[in-house]
Design a protein around this ligand. Structure first.
Ligand code: MRU
Length: 353
């Protein structure tokens, strides 16, 4: 996506394939900082401390983790270490284990001397495929939303499922970019998304860069906005989608879905098929809901008057910081993926397509 006059992806291999360039998302919205990852450890740290984040992007980043590791050691042991360490970097988004398993399975069966070249090819392909899928999500979403016969389409979104959460274009924001490109007057209500403020820091920044009208609201404002007729639809991304249509996404998504249903407002989920977990269905949750450091709640980062980034402490009480929740399928109006637009109870069919 364009930032100023320059086109960026969130992650890119260097020309000589010795390092990977990422946009450091912990510096936004204050500074667009590019960081170079040179080894597997750098990749793991970047995923853990959320310099890269968002389900599709952490999957692609992990694939580059294999490539960087193969540069120095292409042995089976090195491959096994990549697999173990990368999968454990963050537990909730299934895209991470999907990308790790796919990359590991392809590399383990080929001769050691071919692994460097193939690992870079696999990571680059995964990155390019992510972009293609997101463009399709944008198109399918656009075809669904262009029928809204309104002067301004008011959309509410939670967390960041824009281009920063993917390699480019985003999932939930991709149809919004497309609506805007096609001349629709869109306005986005951006949930700040405490505690890490991905909405306020990342989604709002993306929308400003694209010149899309938007307004940041507290996470608790959505119910009021919906009740007062100020939201036409809600759209979010996903970290894991069950075969029966349950959607695991950033903490607070479930509350938005409940408010949307109560107010008869459509609630859409946009994600690539790689976000569907074929082992997740019904009551048996087979994955961990990431619980992050309580300091994320008890501190806040900002910019002081001199422009320096400062962190302030908000209190000293114990805090509990689950990072994701699960929305039941009856709250999901439609699921938008690269293959089209589906009812939540048809997720099983998409996997079989
Ligand atoms: O903890 P994060 O910032 O990685 O959480 C991201 C989300 O919850 C996104 O909504 C989700 O990954 C979809 S990204 C296209």
């Amino acid at each position: 996506m364009l930032v100023g006059s320059k086109n960026y992806r969130t992650i890119e291999a260097s020309e000589d394939q010795s390092y990977v360039k990422i946009i450091d998302q912990t510096s936004l919205p204050f500074k667009l900082k590019i960081v170079h990852l040179k080894a597997l450890d750098d990749v793991i740290k970047a995923i853990k401390n959320m310099q890269v984040r968002g389900a599709p992007l952490i999957g692609v980043t992990a694939a580059y983790g294999f490539a960087l590791s193969m540069n120095s050691d292409s042995s089976d042991d090195a491959l096994r270490k990549c697999k173990k360490d990368l999968v454990n970097a963050r537990p909730t988004a299934v895209n991470l284990s999907w990308a790790v398993n796919k990359t590991y399975d392809a590399l383990i069966k080929i001769p050691i001397e071919e692994r460097i070249e193939l690992s870079w090819e696999l990571a680059n392909n995964l990155a390019n495929e992510d972009v293609d899928k997101n463009i399709l999500i944008g198109l399918h979403g656009y075809n669904l939303f262009k029928t809204y016969n309104k002067k301004t389409i008011n959309i509410l979104t939670h967390c960041n499922a824009g281009w920063l959460a993917t390699v480019d274009h985003g999932t939930a924001l991709s149809p919004i970019f497309k609506l805007f490109d096609e001349g629709f007057d869109v306005h986005v209500w951006v949930d700040e998304t405490r505690p890490r403020n991905q909405g306020l820091s990342l989604t709002a920044w993306e929308l400003s860069q694209y010149k899309i009208r938007h307004t940041v609201v507290t996470d608790n404002a959505g119910g009021l906005l919906m009740k007062e007729g100020l939201v036409d639809f809600v759209i979010v991304g996903a970290d894991r989608v069950a075969l029966d249509g349950q959607v695991c996404n950033k903490i607070g998504t479930y509350l938005k879905a409940i408010a949307a249903k109560e107010n008869k407002i459509p609630f859409y989920v946009a994600a690539p098929i790689s976000t569907i977990d074929i082992n997740f269905s019904g009551k048996s949750r087979n994955f961990e809901i990431e619980c992050r450091d309580s300091d994320e709640i008890m501190t806040m980062k900002g910019q002081d008057k001199s422009g320096s980034i400062v962190e302030v402490r908000l209190g000293n009480s114990p805090a509990y910081n689950p990072a994701f929740d699960v929305t039941p399928p009856e709250y999901v109006s439609k699921f938008i993926c690269e293959k089209g637009v589906f009812d939540a109870d048809k997720i099983r069919d998409i996997v079989d397509l």
